[in-house]
Design a protein around this ligand. Structure first.
Ligand SMILES: Nc1nc2c(ncn2[C@@H]2O[C@H](COP(=O)(O)OP(=O)(O)OP(=O)(O)O)[C@@H](O)[C@H]2O)c(=O)[nH]1
Length: 203
């Protein structure tokens, strides 16, 4: 990416085959690759410039490998991330258990990282609702508990993919604005624990 400045480091996490690479492909190149599945090895990086109001924001997206073989490597990539998109496959309950594993790690090791839960392959449910293996309301309750945002996406149709990444960038801009405000006015940053902080920064 030849020295491009990145505003927000975003890391994609989740079990193998949940569709992390496809999500990034849809968002960055607006395409869905068909053909034999190719697992990510290590991690891949891509930068995307986008607009939030009159501001330009560059997302630096690290797409990690979901295979447990690369677990130690994924830890290197989430370090210092401002946002983590933790993916699970809506048709695979074990992938949601794996998502919870990553959330637990992020919560204990990367406090400053905002978590976005992403249920993938929603198009498969449009075809047949009985394929759903992860209940929306259960995940919403869990997301509320951990103060995460929840999205259900399809990289095949594009459903909610732009909205997800747009929200990541918007939250970054809100938090940055909040920090400038608190630096200017000398507001105590311990107020982060206050619900106002969340309503200010995540809507
Ligand atoms: N129907 C459908 N299939 C999808 C979708 N997203 C991904 N897939 C398929 O799921 C498989 C895995 O997708 P990947 O994007 O490679 O998954 P990954 O999470 O990056 O996998 P790893 O690199 O092993 O961690 C591929 O065959 C994709 O075509 C989707 O939204 N809908």
């Amino acid at each position: 990416m030849s020295g491009q400045r990145v505003d927000v480091k975003v890391v994609m996490l989740g079990k193998e085959y949940v569709g992390k690479t496809s999500l990034v492909e849809r968002y960055v190149h607006d395409r869905f690759l068909v053909g034999p599945y190719q697992n990510t090895i290590g991690a891949a990086f891509v930068a995307k410039v986008m607009c939030v109001g009159d501001r330009t924001v560059t997302l630096g997206i690290w797409d990690t490998a979901g295979s447990e073989r690369y677990e130690a490597m994924s830890r290197i990539y989430y370090r210092g991330a401002k946002a983590a998109i933790v993916c699970y496959d809506l048709t695979d309950s074990s992938s949601f258990e794996r998502a919870k594993f990553w959330v637990k790690e992020l919560r204990s090791l990367e406090e400053g990282c905002q978590i976005y839960l992403c249920g993938t392959k929603s198009d498969l449910l449009e075809e047949d609702r009985r394929r759903r293996r992860v209940d929306f309301h259960d995940v919403q309750d869990y997301a509320d508990n951990i103060k995460a945002q929840l999205f259900e996406t399809s990289s095949k149709t594009g459903q909610s993919v732009d909205e997800l990444f747009q929200k990541v960038a918007e939250d970054y801009v809100s938090v940055a604005a909040f920090q400038v405000m608190t630096e200017d006015k000398g507001v105590d940053l311990s107020q982060k624990a206050n619900p106002y902080f969340y309503s200010c920064c995540h809507h």
